[in-house]
Ligand binder design. Structure first.
Ligand code: ZN
Length: 292
């Protein structure tokens, strides 16, 4: 099943919902960054959230950045998504290894530790919108649920999951976001709460053959689910050599001159996709010219 995200409503608009299957893009991120299992789980969860939250943006050129900074051994995560299903991201320390948590699961909360979640929406205004909340558990889904409740005043249920194969490649990844709109009736609220208690993990549902559509049908079918839209999703970085060159120019003339004096080609690594760009001394001299 190729990656995609869907958008839906239920209960005559009292509930809105997103669901995504994201195995391929999580595996692409794992391969790009050579992440350890716990880093794959952490990054895959945040990428999955990014795909769904990016899809929720209104403008063609809007950009969403999700940033987590914590005092745990992974240090943090950064994910950027657009409104077209493109997402990219990285873990600050991708090789972190931790023993499983008390439930026997990959310890994403322990890897992130105590920290802050930032949601940055660049919607073409002078200043981007920035919402920040503390990490509640560091498991990411709960942290986003808390973010929606406190920063956007929207009661939500966020589920995110990454399931690994024995060889540490990604077996399943996906998630959903359910939100109650203002004026949702008591009956809808209590009915949804009861339904959510029955849900097993989203990766378990995917692993037995469910799709984003059947998962939402399972949760929201009795509320009159209407699937409104569907979009493919992928791990994609828009870096190019000329963009990296622009970044080098901004480093400053003195630094570029030092690189030239070293007499060796330099390698510049894109954080988001792990791609390496090399510049030889002749190219560095041309860059120095442009920096003048
Ligand atoms: Zn890149």
């Amino acid at each position: 099943m190729a990656d995609y995200v869907i958008r839906a409503t239920a209960a005559e608009g009292q509930i809105r919902a997103f669901a995504a299957t994201t195995r391929d893009l999580t595996e692409a991120a794992r391969a790009a960054h050579n992440t350890s299992p716990v880093a794959t789980a952490a990054l895959g969860r945040l990428l999955t959230a990014g795909v769904m939250m990016g899809y929720d943006m209104k403008g063609e050129d809007d950009l969403l950045t999700l940033k987590i900074q914590g005092d745990g051994p992974i240090g943090g995560l950064t994910v950027t998504a657009d409104a077209h299903g493109n997402v990219k991201g990285y873990a600050f320390n991708p090789s972190v290894m931790l023993p499983p948590n008390e439930k026997g699961k990959l310890d994403v909360g322990g890897a992130l530790g105590v920290g802050v979640l930032s949601v940055i929406k660049d919607i073409g205004l002078k200043e981007p919108y920035v919402g920040q909340t503390i990490l509640v558990t560091g498991e990411i889904a709960e942290d986003l649920t808390y973010y929606y409740a406190t920063s956007e005043q929207t009661p939500s249920s966020v589920a995110l999951g990454v399931l690994m194969n024995k060889d540490n490649t990604v077996r399943q990844a996906g998630g959903f976001i359910l939100q109650l709109m203002p004026g949702a009736s008591e009956a809808v609220i209590s009915g949804l709460e009861a339904k959510l208690k029955e849900i097993r993990s989203v990766t378990t549902l995917l692993d037995v053959g469910n799709t984003p559509e059947t998962i939402l049908q399972y949760i929201l079918g009795e509320f009159g689910l209407e699937i409104n839209d569907k979009k493919p999703a992928r791990f994609f970085c828009n870096c190019t050599k000329s963009r990296v060159e622009k970044a080098l120019i901004s480093v400053g003339k003195k630094e570029i001159q030092e690189m030239i004096d070293d007499g060796k080609p330099i390698e510049v690594n894109c954080h988001f996709c792990g791609r390496n760009y090399s510049f030889d001394v002749e190219e560095l001299k041309e860059i120095l010219e442009k920096a003048r």
